[in-house]
Ligand binder design. Structure first.
Ligand SMILES: NC(=O)C1=CN([C@@H]2O[C@H](COP(=O)(O)OP(=O)(O)OC[C@H]3O[C@@H](n4cnc5c(N)ncnc54)[C@H](O)[C@@H]3O)[C@@H](O)[C@H]2O)C=CC1
Ligand SMILES: O=C(CO)COP(=O)(O)O
Length: 419
């Protein structure tokens, strides 16, 4: 693997490694040190830094020192709770459940997983999960580790947790966080895996900010090219943690929760960029699905993806501060997730069916997804409403066209002429 050098070099033992500082070479005419023009370089020469992951030696020593001297660590172990149990929620619970067993010195073994209770074949889903260790509705055929415990009360599920992972369809987050308000320690750290945005009139927020504001605990984001069924089968993929300015320490703890040989976790100091990539690529995937429904072929889909990437980046840079261009072009959360979703995701699938059947997205979600939720059509509506409130709709012709075709009766065949 060409990038194997810098994804992750976590040690297999907990023994701190000595840091070897590179010795300066004596040169007859030393040149003044020039800063690289790019903030991040990609390559696997020693010391290279792809922007996704810091170089090996620094990371190993820093991480070990910080994690193992952290006051929480000395007193007791991190307790993890997963808030959500859909297709991705269950896949990520499997990963986290295996990793907390891999690092028993760091984490408490039991991981509560909040399950929105429903009856499946006459039995509560929580009961089925706890007996069979399988989420038969949202991730059938995959065994969950037996330290994952399904809990149907979100406050009980989160009780005592130091690390909270939010992985629910975005429309349910405000309700869930309101139930949790005041019930979660402000010292807990949270991570949002939600691919969506919150829009209220001319205001827009990423869900890491929504969660942080309601619960009062530091929240970062994880997003990537992660079709849940593939991750659950241990097919290789990458993902990206976007962390707050200066908070690499928290990111490193979550890195321990998720990183595995087949699930490589990169990190970048850009919580907004990572979150917005995850939300906006779903709108582009609706456009890609329209292309498939129209049987326009690969060139057309590539064009939608190219234009979509530009709109994702322009939108994020215009309305959010500190977003990094390289999040879009160099991380799994950016270009890689756009590609996988436009080829293999639920949004693409339903948008293809939208064109072929003429049914609405609400109907198709029910008919095709068996309880799973579409995020892209709702995000298209929310982004359009936000842009309309800001008077900026015409600056984003793809987002505008996806909304028009999805909700205003626009003709899918006119997609290209609208761009
Ligand atoms: N499935 C995938 O491949 C991936 C999904 N994501 C993102 O992860 C987030 C969660 O998606 P999934 O886990 O796939 O969910 P899902 O779409 O598979 O499942 C829907 C979930 O919502 C729950 N639910 C239904 N009504 C509810 C209510 N009123 N309150 C609370 N929960 C309710 C259901 O019980 C179920 O767990 C989304 O933002 C999605 O975009 C991210 C990466 C991959
Ligand atoms: O986010 C995803 C893959 O990274 C899944 O996308 P869909 O919701 O379109 O299936």
């Amino acid at each position: 693997l060409p990038y194997g050098n810098f994804w992750n070099n976590w040690p297999s033992t907990t023994t701190p490694q000595p840091v070897t500082q590179p010795q300066p070479q004596s040169q007859p005419n030393p040149q003044p040190q020039t800063k690289p023009t790019r903030k991040f370089r990609c390559g696997d020469e020693p010391g290279s830094y792809c922007g996704i992951y810091p170089p090996k030696q620094t990371t190993v020593s820093l991480t070990q020192k910080r994690l193992f001297s952290h006051s929480k660590m000395v007193a007791n172990k991190y307790k993890l709770a997963i808030i959500g149990s859909g297709n991705w929620g269950s896949a990520i619970a499997r990963i986290a459940g295996m990793n907390v067993q891999r690092y028993p010195e760091l984490f408490e073994e039991q991981v509560n997983m909040y399950v929105y209770e429903e009856q499946v074949d006459g039995k509560p889903l929580t009961e089925i999960i706890n007996k069979q260790h399988e989420n038969v509705k949202y991730l059938p055929g995959i065994t969950l580790p037996d330290n994952i415990v399904a809990v149907n009360d979100v406050v009980k599920a989160a009780s005592g947790a130091d690390l909270l992972i939010f992985v629910l369809p975005h429309q349910f987050i405000p309700g869930i966080c309101t139930q949790l308000r005041g019930k979660v320690s402000k010292n807990a750290r949270a991570l949002s895996m939600i691919k969506g945005v919150e829009v209220k009139d001319s205001n827009i927020r990423i869900f890491a900010d929504v969660i942080e504001e309601i619960l009062g605990c530091k929240t970062m984001a994880l997003s990537g090219a992660n079709i849940a069924n593939e991750v659950a089968q241990d097919k290789f993929s990458e993902t990206t943690i976007g962390y707050r300015e200066g908070d690499l320490e928290s990111a490193e703890i979550f890195h321990k929760v998720f990183d595995r040989p087949t699930f490589k976790v990169g990190m970048i100091e850009d919580v907004a960029g990572v979150s917005l990539c995850g939300a906006l690529k779903n709108v582009v995937a609706i456009g890609a699905g329209f292309c498939d429904g129209l049987e326009w072929g690969s060139n057309a889909k590539a064009a939608i993806m190219r234009i979509g990437l530009m709109e994702m980046k322009n939108f994020s840079e215009e309305f959010f501060e500190g977003v990094k261009a390289e999040t879009f072009t160099e991380t799994s959360a950016g270009i890689a997730d756009l590609i996988t979703t436009c080829f293999g995701g639920r949004n693409r699938k339903c948008a293809e069916a939208f064109v072929k059947t003429g049914k609405s997205f609400d109907v198709l979600e029910k008919e095709l997804l068996n309880g799973q939720k579409l995020q892209g059509s709702e995000t298209a509506r929310e982004v359009y409403q936000f842009l309309a409130a800001r008077g900026k709709v015409d600056d984003f012709p793809l987002f505008k066209a996806v909304y028009n075709i999805s909700f205003e009766g626009g003709v899918a065949q006119d997609l290209a002429s609208k761009l």
